[in-house]
Design a protein around this ligand. Structure first.
Ligand code: SAH
Length: 349
């Protein structure tokens, strides 16, 4: 059971765990359902839970931590309606959530950690390192509060914000259980994507859970030299081992993997790299998602030219690889990982 400031992190409990807790407090069985409804609805104040007796509310407020994130900043894209929130957490830290409008429905992109320990050379989230993991309840709050504040019902979730989800495995798994719960937000696993830089030690644990979610692997280069230069997570693991583990995951779960590939000018966008990439992903029947690099002030990389992007895509397609080029939503609101938090940290220092 997660504890925050020595109190029970109540919003991270599943209905059966709430039942056990309330039973210990001498409460009737139906109270757990009432409490779970309040919590999964985002309620951050015991006083609002008016169908619970006052004595119970007081007892819970003494034993349990309850918090609702506050909006520090909100930016809305004039181009495509993408909304980005910067939230203040209970301890004064801040994380970002982005709400994107796609033709198939609204998608929320959530953060899993405050900062990130992975150190990818092109990513804004890595600057300043990892401060701490988010709790399951904080990730759930990102979904609930983005929906409340934007007024947009959310049907899809991507774990592609700040942080490395597989480096916060237990909390992320619990968050998935909570958000997927039929009596909670009830968001289907098929509507959830989890993105990782490739923490291979966790692939078996994830496969074991046999979740119907989509695993996205941030590849960004098909060769060790480039990948290790861009992504420290590749060092000591290597691209061969990454693909071996991806193959295993695919065979065990039957779920196709999606590879993310940020196109960086003169670094990973050569025709040879496209050929190698095609050879690597083909046996996995995997999907490749090309993302024109988002410019980050502190980073020296630039996006590939439209011409390189076109040539790269053509080579993949010619080799029978299923490829899409991601639309850049919210580029006028710093909507790439960690940029808004970064900017705010910079401005207030
Ligand atoms: N840590 C996880 C999830 C967070 S990042 C992971 O690495 O997958 C979500 C995606 O955005 C990753 O594919 C990441 O590599 C990519 N990304 C980070 N900075 C970017 C930038 N400046 N431009 C384009 N994509 C970027």
């Amino acid at each position: 059971m997660t504890r925050i400031n020595d109190k029970i992190d109540i919003k991270s409990l599943l209905p059966e765990e709430l039942s056990a807790l309330l039973k210990e407090m001498g409460q009737p069985g139906y109270r757990a359902g009432q409490l779970f409804s309040w919590l999964s609805g985002g309620c951050g104040d015991w006083e609002e839970m008016t169908n619970l007796p006052k004595t119970l509310r007081t007892a819970l407020s003494e034993s349990s931590h309850l918090y609702a994130p506050k909006v520090l900043r909100r930016q809305e894209s004039a181009q495509d309606g993408t909304i980005k929130f910067l939230w203040e957490l209970y301890d004064g830290n801040a994380v970002e959530t982005v709400v994107m409008r796609y033709h198939y429905g609204n998608t929320v992109c959530i953060s899993s950690q405050v900062g990130c320990a992975q150190g990818c050379a092109f990513c804004a989230s890595a600057i300043g390192g990892k401060i701490r993991d988010l709790t399951a309840s904080e990730m759930l709050d990102e979904v609930i509060w983005s929906e409340k504040e934007s007024g947009l019902p959310v049907g899809h979730i991507v774990l592609m914000g700040i942080g490395e989800p597989l480096d916060n495995f237990d909390n992320v798994m619990r968050f998935l259980e909570l958000v997927n719960h039929p009596r909670g937000r009830n968001i289907g696993m098929r509507h959830i994507s989890l993105s990782t830089c490739g923490i291979l030690e966790r692939f078996d644990d994830l496969a074991e859970r046999d979740l119907q979610l989509t695993l996205s692997v941030s590849l960004h280069a098909p060769d060790d030299e480039t990948r290790s230069r861009l992504m420290p997570a590749n060092r000591g693991r290597g691209v061969d081992e990454l693909f071996r583990k991806c193959g295993e995951y695919y065979r065990r779960t039957g779920r196709r993997i999606s590879f993310e590939y940020a196109m960086i000018d003169g670094v990973n966008d050569s025709p040879e790299q496209a050929e190698l990439l095609a050879r690597r992903v083909k046996p996995l029947g995997a999907h490749v998602n090309l993302i024109p690099l988002n410019h980050v002030d502190e980073r020296r990389f630039e996006p590939s030219s439209p011409e390189s992007l076109r040539r790269f895509t053509e080579i993949l397609t010619k080799n029978g690889v299923n490829v899409t080029v991601r639309r850049r939503l919210g580029s006028d609101v710093d909507a790439s990982c960690g940029q808004l938090r970064r900017k705010t940290v910079r401005e207030t220092k």
